[in-house]
Design a protein around this ligand. Structure first.
Ligand code: FE
Ligand code: CA
Length: 489
């Protein structure tokens, strides 16, 4: 029985569709997941009852669970339903009903039971700048029939659109709650992105552009209300638009996205946050942000006290490596391998201070833990750099014969533009542990984990300006669970 003050009545046609931003699911566990939608249209009451249903079949003939959530105006009428008691490792269909309308149907999946001998077929993706291209990559992901999408940051871009943009960010640069909400609504209006969300559960971490370019902790660009208030608005809009649990609703400028997802006996996925807790970029000056510089330019670079994850998250990661499962997947935001640019005329190499190259002591601590514990199957996945890098990770990148301790697959962007390939080639020659470096193609990465081997496919779109573009495999690699390092497949 619904409380009488909850609005359940049908809407007039003029108020617009109620589920215009689609549906999504995320955070899969062996017995449940989070189901998401957000009500849209005019004239919504402050509190609206939304029924959710989850079923064994697409026709909803065999309902497994249902319930009612209250969509509140204070949280953008978003819905985060959390069915529990489901069976492990199986597909389900879900939908929402409110105000006389029924949402699109989404398909989701529970994780395998902790003791199950599972496989894991996942997609990693990042950087989907809406005004830079179409989402043909997502249309293909929706067809790929994978278990999981790992989205690694830059879901939206806060910036204004250039005049010649393919399709526009409305309203200039986002900095307030209303502006961030409008930006998510623009992105989530895309049918291909909706299809990818409706195809399988997602795990998400954010990078900088969900808030502001190159922000670090509470250091960010000046804004009218102050950066802490801007970050609070951005984090709130992020939670409102993604399938995170209700318990993770942000409080002021804080939201915890750090977490783990175990996949049977096969893999543990560690989800890291390298934005919220980081020290400012080295030698960033009064206005913050990233630079390209040498060690001589900036002694602070090597300060061992500086951290990309923050001390607490470093401890959390150190205490949570899985010593029993063959794979530890580290889902984070940016390129971990050293990618230093050769100096002019044989001079000192230069590094970009926003990525792991800007926090070398923290990187050594992380990879040192992996080496110390002799973890054989650590796979680091990332985004941010709008190029595909496949790399051998070492505790000492300066030693060409140094031991490889983990393997990295940093994916290209869904749409966001990159540097010229010739420039990337010149830097890659200087970093031989980077085994593959392509900046000229947009797409995503598909990783299939078995108990002994992981197969990787770098998937690329033919034409990012064409919403119906074909997608193909540009390169294949493999990794053996007991032996870190890139293999050509
Ligand atoms: Fe990006
Ligand atoms: Ca980024």
């Amino acid at each position: 029985m619904l409380a009488p003050w909850l609005s359940t009545r049908g809407s007039a046609a003029s108020t617009g569709p109620r589920f215009a931003l689609g549906v999504a699911s995320g955070q899969p566990r062996p017995d449940g997941m989070v189901l998401w939608t957000r009500l849209t249209g005019e004239g919504l009451a402050d509190r609206v009852a939304v029924r959710w249903e989850i079923a064994h079949d697409e026709a909803f003939a065999r309902l497994v669970a249902h319930g009612v959530e209250v969509a509140e105006a204070a949280w953008a009428h978003s819905v985060h339903a959390e069915p529990a008691g489901l069976a492990p490792e199986r597909s389900y269909w879900y939908r929402f009903i409110a105000l006389g309308e029924v949402s699109a149907v989404g398909r989701t999946r529970t994780a395998p039971a902790p003791d199950a001998a599972a496989t894991l077929d996942l997609v990693t993706a990042s950087c989907q700048r809406y005004d830079a291209g179409h989402y043909a990559a997502w249309r293909q992901v929706a067809r790929d029939d994978v278990d999981l999408v790992l989205f690694l940051g830059d879901y939206i871009y806060e910036s204004a659109s250039p005049r010649q943009a393919l399709r526009r960010h409305e309203g200039g640069r986002a900095a307030t709650l209303d502006q961030y909400r409008a930006r998510y609504a623009t992105y989530k209006s895309d049918p291909a992105l909706q299809a990818a969300h409706a195809a399988c559960p997602w795990l998400l971490v954010w990078d900088d552009h969900e808030v502001a370019n190159d922000y670090a902790g509470l250091n960010g660009p000046a804004s009218d209300a102050g950066f802490a208030a801007q970050r609070a608005a951005a984090y709130q809009a992020y939670w409102e638009h993604q399938p995170f649990q209700k318990a993770l609703r942000p409080r002021g400028p804080k939201m915890r996205i750090v977490g783990r997802c175990d996949w049977g006996r096969l893999a543990r996925i560690h989800l890291l946050d390298d934005r919220q807790y980081r020290d400012p970029q080295a030698c960033s000056g009064a206005h913050g942000g990233s630079r390209v510089l040498t060690r001589t330019d900036c002694a602070e670079l090597d300060d061992p006290a500086r951290s990309l994850l923050g001390a607490e998250q470093e401890r959390w990661l150190a205490g949570g490596w899985d010593l029993a499962r063959p794979w530890n997947v580290v889902a984070q935001q940016t390129l971990m391998a050293r990618f230093a640019a050769p100096g002019a005329e044989g001079g000192e190499p230069r590094v970009w201070t926003d990525g792991w190259d800007g926090y070398p002591a923290a990187r050594r601590r992380l990879l040192g833990q992996v080496a110390e514990r002799a973890l054989g199957g650590v796979v680091v996945v990332g985004g941010d750099v709008h190029a595909s890098y496949v790399a051998d990770l070492k505790t000492d990148f300066g030693d060409p014969r140094g031991k490889v301790v983990a393997t990295e697959f940093c994916g290209t962007s869904i749409t966001s533009p990159s540097l010229a390939q010739a420039r990337i080639d010149a830097i890659a020659r200087f970093n031989p542990h980077v085994r593959h470096a392509r900046a000229d193609r947009r797409g995503y990465t598909r990783l299939r984990f078995g108990p002994e081997r992981m197969h990787a496919e770098l998937r690329v779109v033919e034409d990012v300006m064409d919403p119906a573009s074909t997608v193909s495999t540009a390169a294949r690699f493999a990794v053996d669970a007991g032996r870190p390092g890139v293999l050509v497949d």
